[in-house]
Design a binder for this molecule. Structure first.
Ligand code: 8YV
Length: 325
């Protein structure tokens, strides 16, 4: 048996990235893309030194205890709320994520979802496909204005900033944002974005885009009380994480017409979607695909692979999420 480190690729990825990893490691690859339960993942990880995985696989104390040989978990996602970071650090396991490579692609999707929601693209397509289009009507699928409107961004990290640039430069929108910390003045000016408090953001936004990471503290950051402060004509776009929005409260608000529409790429408890969201017409639903282009998926996998390669070469992780002693 070779003395190369042993790696598990826990989900199917581009063959070229698998081949690159095979040059450095003894690789076991889940190219059939079987969705393992936590117990199955632990089983597959026996004897492995590292794993390349995605945001949908939970890495917690129980798994780490079951896999004492594991030294690094490379997440093929910028978000890493699937990691119990303190448990990983306590177990001496390095965690890495995949920032930057998906920023522009994800921002593009945020805008696509905003446009589809505001301009009622999926709703009107369903109408057409159902054979209901018989004539022109003055207000047929009249939607909300995007250009020149006010975009509120909650969470102003890299993706939030990329969305702000698209909005300000491409669509002449007024951009306001709220974030844990304010951007420095030069970056704010470059993004043409003004900092406001959360309440003001809710009240002024014509379109509210959520781009903040999930932490236990920001669970249900947008619930019934927050939606009540929004304009009845507003749209809500969530490309961040399920759980940031109280989906039951949102479905009720959409039913009651308390806001105009929502575009959602992420859901509480996904891939299960709140049944009421499936029945309200004024919502655009997509299955967590904001970063899904062929090029970006390859770049995400390649960065996760490079983290493994650099780590086992003794050069340290490239994009760590925890600091080991
Ligand atoms: C991933 C994402 O596709 O990067 C992230 O944080 O949400 C997506 O790009 C997803 O996490 C994979 O599970």
């Amino acid at each position: 048996m070779s003395n190369k480190p042993r790696i598990l690729i826990a989900r199917a990825i581009s063959p070229e990235v698998v081949q690159r990893l095979q040059q450095h490691f003894e690789v076991q690859s889940n190219q059939d893309d079987v969705v393992w339960s936590p117990a199955e993942l632990a089983q597959q990880l026996q004897g492995k030194d590292g794993v390349l995985t995605t945001g949908s696989q939970r890495i917690d104390a129980e798994l780490l205890t079951a896999c004492p040989q594991l030294k690094i978990v490379a997440n093929m996602a910028v978000g890493y709320n699937n990691f119990d970071v303190p448990a990983m650090t306590a177990a001496g396991v390095q965690g890495t994520n995949a920032p930057d490579v998906l920023t522009e692609t994800t921002a593009d999707f945020g805008f696509a979802l905003l446009m589809a929601t505001a301009r009622r693209i999926t709703e009107s397509e369903h109408y057409l496909r159902a054979g209901l289009w018989k004539d022109w009507h003055y207000d047929l699928f009249a939607g909300a204005e995007v250009h020149s409107s006010t975009l509120g961004i909650l969470g102003m990290g890299r993706i939030g900033q990329a969305i702000a640039r698209r909005a300000a430069y491409g669509f002449g929108m007024q951009v306001i944002y709220h974030n844990r910390s304010r951007l420095d003045a030069a970056l704010e000016a470059e993004c043409k974005a003004s900092y406001v408090g959360k309440q003001e953001l809710l009240e002024r936004a014509d379109h509210l885009m959520l781009v903040l990471p999930f932490t236990p503290e920001n669970r249900h950051t947008i619930g019934a009380a927050e939606i009540a402060r929004m304009k009845p004509t507003a749209t809500l776009i969530n490309i961040a994480r399920g759980g940031i929005v109280d989906d039951a409260a949102l479905a009720q608000a959409l039913k009651d017409g308390r806001i105009a529409a929502a575009g959602l790429d992420v859901f509480e408890g996904e891939p299960v979607v709140h049944p009421d969201l499936l029945t309200v017409p004024n919502v655009v639903l997509t299955p967590h695909i904001a970063s899904a282009t062929k090029g970006t998926r390859t770049a995400m996998a390649a960065l996760a692979a490079d983290n493994l390669i650099s780590f086992f070469a003794g050069k340290g992780p490239l994009t760590p999420v925890n600091q080991l002693a």
